[in-house]
Design a protein around this ligand. Structure first.
Ligand code: B12
Ligand code: SF4
Length: 490
């Protein structure tokens, strides 16, 4: 048997000078989730390999005689994934299987482009599928979605896997070892899954549920060790930082403490960054442990600066809590990166400037600013589905919405701004935070990793703004929101 795993990318890899400083132009960190699945599959089928368009071209010749081709889709790369799946279904003899966050939330849409969709986490379902295909048994286990005679058939939800102690074999990904020398690609480890909260815009809880499952601390530390060796051996990387990519690492506090203590006991001496909610900023014991374990930064999902928006989208926090949390984290010698959402219904002109002022005044060390996006299955999709900017995607040859703009660009008609004005607010915030005078200041006064990261992000954000600006004439030419024309209140 021959298995191939594919991660599509909107702008597939090609060599470019910008790959040195812009992570999502023609190069990105490849999918750890799909690599995990390839690692599991390899235990059953020797001829298993993964390709990621984030770091290499896909050699189509190698795919022709595959038995099963698995493609992994987030929302932002769904259209490219559909185009690839359509092509592979036509030109190979392989069974084409789609999975990942987006097919899980939109199984009916995804199933039009493949033989089968496997919804949810694939750790156990791919094994069921591989064994059934190998033994020529019917595919009748939970988690499947497919069309028969034009009708969508689904076989129900399956329980998420409890045992997630798998260390991804990074060597299974074609070209990864060579590309790992790029400073824009970061080693990453995913130590737990799930989040107990229920923010209305969150696709993750909609897809993976609110139960938190964790890997054993020993397994996590071994993964970290292997990731460091993989990335650093044979490469000279400027930013030696490993990213713990969990959505809410601190949700299970006793476990989080065990992992941090295991990292400290391992003597690894590396630098880490991690995503966090504001609550961790009130946990002095945790902050001390983070510092001791080598963490330099917490990437905080701050999202909004107004209590009105926190309440509207069921994000359980307040502006005062965020502020107190940021201050306490910084008191412990850790940086805070801010992850923000623009386009809340309360946002008006000037929201970009307000955001920039907050970032600068509180010395937030870097930002990701995204316009809110709306994925079927999330509460915000239901409340905003009459106000979305969607167009048929020609590249996939389907009527699926063009999901490729869900990369932080404006994809809806906000209540109190036009789409173009909202995009201008995002540009304004980025310009103020990553201005030339602030770059000069960073180069003069910051040292080490702080300076390296600011410099890298300065150029990345400049590219992000260019992409956003290119769209302004088109956004300005959009007709009025169809929902407001119908007289439906926003
Ligand atoms: C690491 C990360 C990145 C990395 C690497 C991304 C990658 N290639 O995986 C980088 C930095 C490149 C990145 C960039 C972005 N990201 Co990101 N990222 C993440 C993060 C934090 C972790 C990903 C991860 O490892 N997950 C853990 C693994 C276990 O889950 P998984 O990959 O989904 O895989 C499991 C299942 O989905 C399933 N599965 C997956 N594939 C397949 C395939 C088959 C066939 C089957 C059966 C099953 C299956 O099984 C896997 C194992 O259980 C996620 C949050 C999250 N929890 O997923 C956000 C996330 C994926 N990112 C997101 C976004 C929006 C972005 C950006 C647009 C941000 C921006 N504005 O720049 C960019 C897009 C870049 C681009 N243009 O391509 C969103 C995507 C939302 C969506 N609906 O798709 C997420 C979910 C964050 C969020 N909270 O909303 N990101
Ligand atoms: S806290 Fe983060 S991961 Fe949890 S539901 Fe909210 S947005 Fe999603």
């Amino acid at each position: 048997m021959k298995l191939r795993f594919i991660e599509p990318a909107n702008q597939p890899y090609h060599p470019d000078i910008r790959n040195l400083f812009v992570y999502d132009q023609y190069i990105r960190t490849p999918s750890n989730g799909l690599l995990t699945l390839a690692t599991i599959a390899k235990q059953y089928v020797e001829d298993t390999r993964m390709y990621s368009e984030s770091i290499s071209r896909i050699p189509l010749k190698d795919l022709l005689d595959s038995d099963i081709i698995f493609l992994s889709l987030f929302t932002f790369n769904a259209n490219r994934g559909y185009a690839l799946a359509n092509f592979l279904r036509k030109h190979t003899r392989a069974l084409i299987v789609l999975g990942g966050l987006h097919p899980t939330l939109c199984p009916g849409e995804a199933a039009r482009h493949c033989h089968y969709v496997l919804t949810g986490e694939g750790d156990e379902s791919i094994v069921d599928l591989i064994l059934a295909v190998r033994d020529r048994r019917p595919l009748d286990f939970p988690g499947l979605a497919f069309y028969r005679d034009g009708k969508l058939i689904t076989t129900g939800k399956r329980r998420p896997p409890e045992n997630i102690d798998v260390i991804p074999d990074r060597n299974l990904l074609w070209n990864f070892k060579k590309m790992a020398g790029h400073n824009t690609i970061w080693p990453q480890v995913h130590a737990s899954r799930g989040c107990p909260h229920h923010c209305d815009y969150c696709a993750l809880v909609a897809a993976f549920g609110r139960g938190v499952r964790t890997r054993s601390p020993e397994n996590v530390v071994e993964d970290i060790r292997q990731a460091i060796v993989f990335f650093d051996q044979g490469h000279h990387r400027l930013a030696k930082v490993l990213w713990i990519t969990d959505d809410n690492f601190f949700a299970n506090r006793p476990w989080a403490i065990q992992v941090l203590k295991a990292i400290i006991a391992s003597g690894l001496h590396y630098q880490f960054t991690i995503q966090a909610r504001f609550e961790v900023g009130f946990d002095d014991e945790m902050l001390d442990l983070l510092k001791e374990a080598g963490f330099i930064e917490l990437a905080m999902g701050i999202e909004f600066l107004e209590d009105e928006s926190f309440q509207a989208y069921h994000k359980e926090s307040t502006y005062r809590q965020i502020l107190r949390s940021v201050r306490n984290i910084k008191r412990h010698g850790l940086r805070v990166r801010g992850l923000f959402i623009m386009g809340a219904d309360s946002h008006t002109k000037g929201v970009g400037k307000r955001l920039a002022r907050f970032v600068i005044q509180n010395d937030i060390s870097g930002v990701l600013i995204q316009s809110m996006y709306f994925i079927p299955g999330t509460p915000v999709y239901e409340t905003h589905k009459g106000r979305l900017i969607c167009s048929g995607s020609k590249s996939a040859g389907t009527s699926a919405p063009d999901w490729s703009r869900c990369v932080g660009k404006v994809v809806h008609y906000p209540a109190l701004l036009s789409p173009a004005d909202l995009q201008k607010e995002i540009i304004a915030a980025s310009s103020a935070i990553y201005s030339p005078p602030r770059l000069m200041k960073a180069l003069i006064f910051k040292r080490g990793i702080d300076r390296t990261l600011f410099l890298g992000e300065f150029f990345w954000q400049r590219w992000v703004r260019q992409e956003l600006k290119k769209e302004l004439p088109w956004l300005s030419s959009l007709p009025d929101c169809p929902e407001s024309q119908k007289g439906v209140s926003a």
